[in-house]
Each structure stands twice: as C-alpha cells, then as structure tokens.
Design a protein around this ligand. Sequence first.
Ligand SMILES: Nc1ncnc2c1ncn2[C@@H]1O[C@H](COP(=O)(O)OP(=O)(O)O)[C@@H](O)[C@H]1O
Ligand SMILES: [Mg+2]
Length: 248
Amino acid sequence: MSEAAAVTATATTTDAVVTATGLAKRYPSGENVLEVLSATDLEIEAGERVAVLGASGIGKSTLLHLLGGLDHPDEGAIAFRGRVLAEMSEQELAAYRNQEVGFVFQFFQLLPEFTALENVMMPLLVGREARGVRERARKLLAQVGIEQRGHHFPSQLSGGERQRVAIARALVREPSLVLADEPTGNLDVDTGKRVMEVFARIQEERGAAIVMATHNAALLDGFDRVLYMQPGGRLEERPVGAAQPVGT
Ligand SMILES: Nc1ncnc2c1ncn2[C@@H]1O[C@H](COP(=O)(O)OP(=O)(O)O)[C@@H](O)[C@H]1O
Ligand SMILES: [Mg+2]
C-alpha cells in the first residue's frame, strides 16, 4: 500500500473535518481528580456550524482546547480529516494549530505590547506571509466593526473590542475549522449578530466548519446543530429552534 493509501485507509468514511472519539480529560483538584470529560464523542462535517451549549464550568473550553490541539486528552482520540492529532509530528501539529484552526479564546489572549492591527496580523507574520498582510488584517477589523481601533493597544480597548480583535485574528489565515469560545460573551446583541454574520460568510465562502461554545442560546440562527453538554461531557443534540438558555 502506498503511503497516501495508508493515510486514506485510516480516514473516516464521511467527509468529517474533525472527529473526537471517547474523549476523557481529568484535572487534579486538591487531593482529588476532577473528571471534566469522560466520554465525549463529536463529529463535525465540512462547512457545518455547530453550537455547544452548557452551563459555566461544564467543560466547553476544555473540549475546544482539545479539538484545537492546544491540550491532550487523557483518553480517546481527535482526528483532523482522518489524521489522529496524537500521531502527528510536532511540526504537523503546529501546522494544524496555525493554519487549519482559527481559535477564538474565551479570554482573548491578545499580545499586550502590540496594537490591535498587529495582533490580527500576527498569525500571518508567524506563517511568514508577507504580501497584503496589513490589508487583510484591516479588512477583518472592518468586518467586525472596529477598523477605527487598529492602532490601539489591547489595554486601550473595551472588552467587546478586544473580543472582536481576537475574532479577527482567528479568521485572518482563513482556517478550515473555527473554534470559537464564547465569542459573543462581551458583545451587545447587534455586535454579536454582526460577528455571527462574519462567521456565516466564511462558512459560505470558504466552507469552513465552525464550532462555537456558548452558554447563551441566543444568536443560533443558521446553526446546523445545537449540542448540549451534559456532566461528563456527553453531547446531546436538540433541535436548533428549541435552544433554551442554560444557567451560568
Ligand atoms: N487547567 C485546569 N486545572 C484544573 N481544573 C481546570 C483546568 N481547566 C479547567 N478546569 C476545571 O474544569 C471544569 C471545566 O472547565 P471549562 O472547560 O473551562 O468549562 P466551561 O468552558 O464550560 O465553562 C471547571 O470546573 C474548571 O474549573
Ligand atoms: Mg469556557
């Protein structure tokens, strides 16, 4: 069997972008162990928009970090287009994180010593892309409605503005998988809708899949699936229209 065929043979039969199978994740908690995820299964198809709802502290961020290759599960496997992350080389995993995934962090994680525009440009500069970097970053800041704030440092921005910088940064490399952790948590309703429109556009134009964690059932119009995280991380699907707010 050729190498290419071998890779195909281990791939899933659907056109899943990312799959998670039997994930478990435990954290030390004093003398005890906190088992946040014990049996999480998930499959995201290309171009799908999926919301993961659940109460604060249930494990949504944990799941997104695992999917993005930012942390390792204690059990189970995550695969991107059929390739298991745990079997990737450091270089391949870095390429996955930097090129395929656009991660919107719940707490933004902007670089404080760089301006908003520079923060958005950063993934392109790290990826050694030189051409049109500034223009692409500007365009994204405009799409999320803060083109006037490009020269400000994170400390000079409101929480909602920082959040939008983080969203622009996640999208600037045109990822195939957007993992957005409470991306509208600090935004008013109109700005939140605008961000959802930006997500919808990259999904339509580029076929990007989007997994969005939220504890807010609003703004889920146009989502293909709504999954409710249960204690232990099991994901229960409910009809999109029936989304109910969950406690925070
Ligand atoms: N690095 C860590 N060490 C210990 N406990 C953690 C760590 N990260 C998260 N937790 C705990 O795991 C649980 C799930 O956290 P998280 O995934 O952030 O929940 P959510 O995003 O749904 O609010 C929480 O109880 C949290 O305190
Ligand atoms: Mg969280």
